[in-house]
Design a binder for this molecule. Sequence first.
Ligand code: ADP
Ligand code: MG
Length: 767
Amino acid sequence: MPVVKIADNGKLTLPEDILEGLGLASGDSVLIEMDGQRAVLSRPPAASGPGVTERLRDAIRRKNLETPMRFIKGVGPKMAELLARKGIHTVEDALYLLPNRYEDRRKLRRIAELRPGCVEVFSAEVKTADSVASKGGRRFFEALVSDDSGSLVLKWFQCNPRYMQGIWQPGKRGIFTGEVVVYGSRREIHHPEVEWLKAGDDVAALVAGDPVNFGRTVPFYPLTEGLHQKSLRKVLKEVVDTYSSSLTIQVPAAIVRRRSLLPVSAALQEVHFPGDAADLAELNNHASQAHRTLVFDELFFLQLGLAMKKQGTSFEEGISFTITHQHTRPLLKLLPYALTAAQKRVLSEIKEDMASPGPMYRLVQGDVGSGKTIVALLSALLAVENDCQTAIMAPTELLAEQHYLNIHKLCEQLGITVCLLSSAIRGKARAATLAAIEAGEVQIIVGTQAVIQEKVEFKRLGLGIIDEQHRFGVLQRGVLKKKGVNPHILVMTATPIPRSLAMTVFGDLSLSVIDELPPGRTPVTTKVCFESQRAQVYRLISEEVRAGRQAYLICPLVEESEKSELKAATQVAEHLAVDIFPELRIGLLHGRLKPEEKEAIMHSFKAREIDILVATTVIEVGIDVPNATVMIVEHAERFGLSQLHQLRGRVGRGSQLSRCILLAGGKLSEEAQRRLKVMEGTTDGFRIAEADLELRGPGDFLGTRQAGLPDFRVSSILRDARILEEARQEAFALVEQDPRLSSEENFLLREELLRRWGGRLELAGVA
Ligand code: ADP
Ligand code: MG
């Protein structure tokens, strides 16, 4: 029988076999009972979480929240259908349909008291109403209403005068709502809302009898099509009053106190039907305590999930690398330049990760041209120094080939073997490559998605690098990871994801930013031009080419379809070669070419055998030809901001001044104008990304939901970046204390987390 010694600090260390026998691990509690003189150790009764009643109550609450909307008072089949079309099926959906604005109808004012610039509510009588022509000949409808304190003009600019005449009859009384504007010296309201009073109706009684629509701060909901605000408001009042109390288990009480939040049910009440003390401006900015509560709640659960994923990964055992400098030092000597401070910093972050026991999961963000490739290669050399293979995965054949050529050229001099694996490598060559990878004869494998196909077996994968991460789904990360035993994972992206977004989408990764371009780059000058300036644009190209430089001309489509006027790359190339620049060498690059053909063309462009490369967006990603100094983008209005930024990154890679001309075809929508303006105004990828996010919203921004971006019910990543940060701190702190949320007090929290994340906790991540 083992004798266990009590240490000086009073601690008792139990031998492994006893722990095992009890089914316990270090950190667990042990029950000690005295049996006469002897202490008996046993497993404490399993923590069962909250009692049966509490669980039952929770189940009932959940069931309540799933009540279909058609069971709600005031919701007929037609309304249920309209709501369903907007994605509102259950009571819970409705609770999270938040008003997009509010009006202060706490008090009816007299006309004399109406304040310009405010949305006011007042009751008055129609004096006159008629269709009027302005001096410019524009017709509008005008009504004069008055009470005993004065009168006011109401105006409508788009309406059917006949119809209006029928409704707006002198003598009728109503309650009017609208924003008071000052026009000359007169106060007016344009397009007011009206609630007609019946003859003999008493205003005070009507207002008192309709506490949902009057005498309070009134919510306005974003759905209008076929749904009337007033009936929707009534329905929501019913839903909120009856069901908001069903939402109970949310953020832990200590955090609610620390961050001065409300209970979620109270927050929902307040957000829908604010109390008397509510501040209108705060409500309208979605900045009230109630709004903050709901946003925090949503983001907290998001971050909690990410924190658990991250914890999960740090429990894994990784390959801990030793930093020997055996290959990295010689490589640095080979480079014609010194690393930038940002590159060095990111590299040391990577080294630290790789040298620690857990596997690395790091996202390296760096604007186009910031020099991510060399950071990737140096990381790969760390793996080589530790007898491990590295797989580098690029989104396109072209990019994989380019990486391969660059990396191969350098590695050859270091005696390191590199191979290319893409769908272009077939037959015997492919079989030989696969065999070499499996035998561990190849140390660095560069390729496309082909790298993660089933057939590929690595001898010992120590590092997986994914370039241009935004082009891949989150799933690829997982597959790549499974190609080895917890290899280190490095993902790189040139899409400068705003920090707030990175924290939500890649919140389970560590983040490094290369926030500095290599020295000697001159920012690209960007100009928006129109069809009428085409001749000048061509002149610019020929000047640059005469000075020994090269140009890109980007087209949106490959072939001209009958319907569209889009410039087709093929036709454009022909036109340039025949009619415009017969003396210059024109190349054509598009997605329908075979990989060998593409490669041949890129080769000749790099070798300066082509002066003007006409291309589709296949060149968007990562292609590096420093001698190219002009880029013309045809139909620039058709491209998204991030895409334009990526495209533009193909020029300005040398020390000469580079130019980018955004040729706008035809009339531009307001949004397109804004986009092109942003491009003219800045070359800062982060500013562009912020603008893009603002213009398009986060879902579109990353292209897809493959990015694993959740749908937000109440939060906005841009507006709520601060709360996101707070929620993240709290969530990560909580998971640090209770990594599996297995404590009794966190039981319901864990249930709620699983419910909100659905299957995504395992699926979406690197796990
Ligand atoms: P990206 O981050 O867009 O992938 P690349 O890795 O393709 O950028 O690098 C762009 C260019 O900058 C390449 O020609 C590369 O050789 C060069 N480069 C990278 N780092 C430096 C540096 N520290 N100093 C000078 N040039 C550099
Ligand atoms: Mg790159």
